[in-house]
Design a protein around this ligand. Structure first.
Ligand SMILES: *Cc1c(COP(=O)(O)O)cnc(C)c1O
Length: 382
């Protein structure tokens, strides 16, 4: 892995903007979550390029650190993991079409069986291939996404119990809304899940994993941890909602950094960037940073984000362009080549993804996964 580290450094010499991904923090977050959930297994959720952190490094680091299994959204992601040499169990959460089933079975990827029809299709594909399919049954307890409704769950359970070619590895559900200040919906969903499970528990002949909690649930409602938890965001050191940081100490894994590439004084009354949405109220020092919405640093963050330069917070002003953005350093000092931190720490100051999410009305999930391949990932803490 040291060679890819060096390679990344070469890339970041070409591009002053990069995302620093600290693999030690990733490992310590996994350890913290594992300690918090005790005997429950941890399925690491690494869909969408490991929430923007880098699929391969995240997967290999977590596999080596002893995670139980991986969760992804699409079969393509699961196949990519297998190609990278990941041998741990992989569950695909998303809905599927029957044409995709051979890929699941051939790559030993667990299928989400979300209806009786899907269950029958999986059974048929497994029989045709002469292989056993591993399935996890999906119960909808209130998200109204994929999954059989909790009140008709016995139909799916019966189909699974009848199957000759499928092994039921787990039964799971997903919370719609986890907010610590009001857990009523979360608790209701957990109740519905446990209640519907009883039917299967009475009839199943082999052990299986029951799980419902992602990052928010495992922290805010520990009784929802059950046999397994499925953290995504928290593994990357980011809290899904307010009021959870007192429960579990996490370290942000990703820092977004760049450098000042231009300095100018904007005269009082001059508009900055497209549309002149910001006009200098007085003669103002403005620097340009080579990062924009074409990198996934969304336009929505204009007027809502600050950056760190020389240890000081300075606001982004004017519309964020595709490849550049402008920062008001006021009467402060900044030189070409100065380090700019958009997420992360500089000196004693820190800008968190959560803070930017709150200010912009975006979710921390969106902010991370939107950072695209144009931004080199530099892995540290190996
Ligand atoms: C994305 C996802 C998760 C992870 O959620 P976080 O809030 O990031 O922890 C868990 N389970 C399912 C089904 C998901 O789609």
């Amino acid at each position: 892995m040291s060679s890819s580290f060096e390679q990344s450094h070469v890339e970041f010499r070409h591009r002053p903007t990069y995302a620093e991904v600290c693999l030690n923090s990733l490992r310590s977050n996994l350890r913290a979550i594992q300690a918090f959930v005790g005997d429950a297994k941890v399925m690491a959720v690494i869909k969408a390029n490991g929430y923007g952190h880098g699929f391969e490094q995240v997967a290999k680091t977590l596999e080596a650190a002893g995670v139980h299994s991986f969760g992804v959204a699409y079969i393509e992601e699961a196949i990519e993991l297998r190609k990278l040499g990941i041998t741990h169990p992989i569950l695909v959460f998303g809905g599927l079409l029957k044409e995709q089933l051979d890929l699941y079975i051939e790559n030993d990827v667990q299928v989400t069986a979300s209806s009786v029809t899907k269950m029958e299709q999986i059974e048929e594909a497994a029989a045709r291939l002469g292989r056993r399919a591993k399935v996890q049954l999906k119960i909808d307890t209130g998200l109204e996404r994929i999954g059989v409704h909790y009140y008709t769950a016995p139909t799916l359970f019966d189909a699974a119990l009848k199957s000759q070619h499928c092994e039921v590895v787990g039964v799971y559900s997903h919370f719609a809304d986890v907010r610590r200040e009001d857990l009523s919906t979360t608790k209701l969903q957990l109740e519905r899940f446990l209640e519907s499970l009883r039917y299967f528990e009475e009839r199943a002949t082999a052990p299986f994993l029951r799980h419902i909690a992602a990052s928010g649930g495992l922290m805010a409602l520990p009784e929802s941890q059950l046999d397994m938890v499925r953290p995504g965001l928290s593994l990357y050191g980011v809290y899904p909602s307010a009021g959870l940081d007192s429960l579990l100490k996490l370290n942000p894994v990703l820092s977004l950094k760049s450098q000042v590439v231009y300095f100018k004084v904007v005269q009082k009354g001059a508009g900055v960037s497209y549309g002149h949405t910001w006009v200098a109220p007085e003669d103002t020092r403005v620097v340009t940073i080579p990062l924009g919405y074409g990198d996934g640093y969304l336009r929505r963050l204009s007027g809502n984000s600050e950056v760190l330069i020389r240890g000081q917070r300075s606001p982004i002003v004017g519309a964020i362009c595709m490849d550049q953005l402008m920062v008001n350093v006021g009467q402060g000092v900044a030189y070409n080549g100065d380090e700019v931190v958009l997420f992360g720490q500089q000196g004693t100051e820190q800008i968190t993804v959560e803070e930017v999410a709150r200010a912009s009305g975006l979710s921390p999930y969106e902010i991370l996964v939107t950072l695209n391949q144009r931004i080199p990932r530099v892995f540290v803490g190996n």
